[in-house]
Design a binder for this molecule. Structure first.
Ligand code: ATP
Ligand code: MG
Length: 569
């Protein structure tokens, strides 16, 4: 491709609304263009990169036995009502009406559509297993679209769905996808970690996320310093204690102290001169089964996914001011477990607590010298807090947890019979019994993979594409377009590389070399061949490797072979 005719418009200035480097660079390198909040066009350079990733995904999905389909973006509300998600999906689901007033959604995911297809086509165990996938545009009305295509409203996802006759089969399908995902992200040239993830209200331990490691990632991953345990923050467990008995209390009773306008942990600590770990934080939540109080140490954070599991509920939300007043008798900031008549779940972290401070369930008052075993009624003690750096590993118990950040590029899930039961996707087993199909679903954020790759490798000068997903592998850069000898040599190299199957770009624009060098770094082509008069007179060109910055002088005759070897072609 000749840069003089390529629809590539680079920008010097940083876009004002971009917070992370991949977003800045994708805009500056002319890969994407914003149309509206969270909605982007892919311009030729961006689309070429995206297609590289798609090609790797297709090859690996096909190799794993999945079959490609293409399902519609617009889906009728009926199937969402059947699955029950019409009422629970919330505001991320974009709903619309056609001219007749019939309701539709723009698909944020395709479990309903694929289940409706398979239930019609599959009747017998002989038709199973089957795995269908697509690469298709999704829409989620994200509350805070940001970071460009990393968290956009319209984005491209590879979604796959497996259908099996039983759990054992479903586990095999899951395993095949797990391996395929490892190969996909490895082949994309990414540094990633696979982590155990929370499977939400669906339950079960079958969910993994694939995280591209990047300091700017939105997700926190906890990894063990000595074994290979890794989990996301939502899931990371705390090692179960040996005993669930709260320490025995001495005789005595809590002491009420006046704490006017002292509400936050920091305020209480400094007012009473205590440490956060000697405080009990009481958080009130509403669930579909009523109100729940969660108790954690003052220096810990409640983990809502864990609390949901411990409370055995599906929906869980922090209670509003009125609910807090109703159940504690005091405004926010003064809740405590003593005298509460709602279900109370305490965290493992409190098992070591002796005398502590809690809210008094009375405005402007706290209690000191509280012993939970003596003064409070605790219904359950469970793991309900976020794991933190330094916590002992729940798996090997020898190492400790370290926190690193990542970008979730893939998520695999064992669905069980959640959709097949609600949507009647059944089959006849060997004995002629009607059974629900056992499902799995597997997503990759294709556009997010591209952004994550840029985020992981970019430097201060621009994008550094991993070779496998680079739209062009080599950029030929004639220093001057007006010198015939230089242009002839550059074009000859360009043609030769092309005929050897190397995707090559030539910067044949009549521009200052400085601008061309800057653009070359910005767009991140892995190898740059600089062709100049001085070098040609000695029969050499310069090859710069973008990822290492190393520059080598290579004889003109040998440079094509040199590139082929470097690119492993
Ligand atoms: P997140 O927690 O980041 O919102 P999710 O759990 O909602 O992701 P899934 O429903 O598992 O995501 O979707 C599968 C994949 O699609 C994710 O792993 C991610 O790579 C990608 N993805 C999800 N939401 C977006 C988005 N708004 N923009 C770009 N990619 C997305
Ligand atoms: Mg999401």
């Amino acid at each position: 491709m000749r840069l003089s005719t390529f629809f590539l418009h680079t920008l010097k200035e940083e876009p004002r609304d971009a917070e992370v480097i991949s977003h800045k660079l994708m805009i500056r390198s002319g890969m994407i263009k914003k149309l509206a909040s969270g909605i982007y066009s892919y311009l030729p350079y961006g689309l070429k990169a995206l297609k590289k990733i798609e090609a790797i995904i297709r090859e690996e999905m096909d190799a794993a036995g999945a079959q490609e389909v293409l399902m519609p973006a617009v889906q009728p509300s009926e199937i969402w009502k059947e699955s029950g998600r019409w009422d629970v999906y919330g505001k991320e689901l974009l709903r619309l009406q056609d001219r007749k007033g019939a309701e539709f959604v723009i698909g944020p995911t395709h479990e309903e559509v694929v289940t409706s297809i398979v239930r019609d086509e599959v009747h017998s165990y002989r038709d199973l297993p089957v795995n269908l996938y697509q690469i298709q545009t999704k829409f989620r009305d994200e509350i805070r679209p940001r970071f460009g295509v990393m968290r956009s409203r319209e984005f491209i996802m590879k979604d796959a769905y497996s259908f099996d006759i039983d759990d054992q089969g479903a586990e095999k399908s899951y395993e095949a996808m797990y391996r395929a995902y490892e190969r996909i992200f490895t082949r994309c040239g990414l540094k990633f970690r696979t982590v155990e993830a929370d499977s939400g209200p669906i339950g079960g331990n079958f969910s993994h996320e694939f995280m591209v490691l990047a300091e700017t990632g939105e997700d926190v991953i906890l990894t063990c310093t000595s074994c290979d345990y890794a989990a996301n923050l939502e899931k990371a467990e705390i090692a179960a204690p040996e005993s669930l008995a709260l320490p025995e209390a001495p005789q005595g009773s809590p002491e009420k102290v006046h704490t006017p306008n002292v509400r936050t942990i920091e305020e209480v600590c400094s007012f009473l001169g205590v440490k956060p770990q000697n405080l009990v934080k009481t958080m009130i939540y509403t669930t579909e089964n009523g109100v729940v109080a969660a108790l954690v140490r003052g220096d810990h954070e409640v983990n809502e996914a864990k609390l949901r599991r411990a409370a055995g509920c599906e929906t869980l939300e922090l209670a509003d001011e009125a609910t807090i007043e109703k159940y504690t008798g005091a405004p926010r900031g003064f809740a405590g477990p003593i005298g509460l008549s709602i279900r109370t779940i305490a965290d493992y972290g409190l098992l070591g607590s002796g005398a502590c401070v809690t809210g008094a369930n009375e405005e402007d008052y706290h209690l000191r010298n509280v012993w939970l075993s003596r003064d409070a009624r605790i219904d359950a003690i469970a793991d309900i807090r976020n794991a933190e750096e330094g916590d002992p590993c729940p798996r090997c118990r020898e190492g400790s947890l370290q926190a690193i950040r990542g970008i979730e590029v893939g998520h695999i899930f064992k669905l069980g019979t959640k959709y097949s039961k609600t949507m009647n996707a059944n089959f006849l087993d060997v004995n002629g019994n009607l059974k629900p199909i056992v499902m799995g679903c597997y997503g990759i954020g294709v556009s997010r993979v591209l952004a994550a790759a840029i985020e992981q490798y970019a430097d201060e000068n621009g994008i550094v594409f991993p070779v496998p997903i680079a739209p062009f592998k080599v950029l030929v850069l004639p220093v001057s377009t007006s010198e015939e000898k230089v242009m002839d040599a550059a074009l000859a190299l360009y043609d030769e590389l092309g005929s050897q199957g190397v995707e090559t770009l030539i910067d044949d624009r009549d521009m200052r070399p400085g601008v061309k060098f800057m653009d070359a770094d910005l767009i991140g082509v892995p190898f740059r061949i600089t062709v100049g008069m001085r070098g040609l007179n000695e029969g050499i060109v310069e090859v710069k490797e973008r990822s290492t910055g190393t520059v080598e002088k290579v004889p003109v005759q040998e440079v094509v072979g040199y590139c082929l070897a470097k690119l492993d072609l």
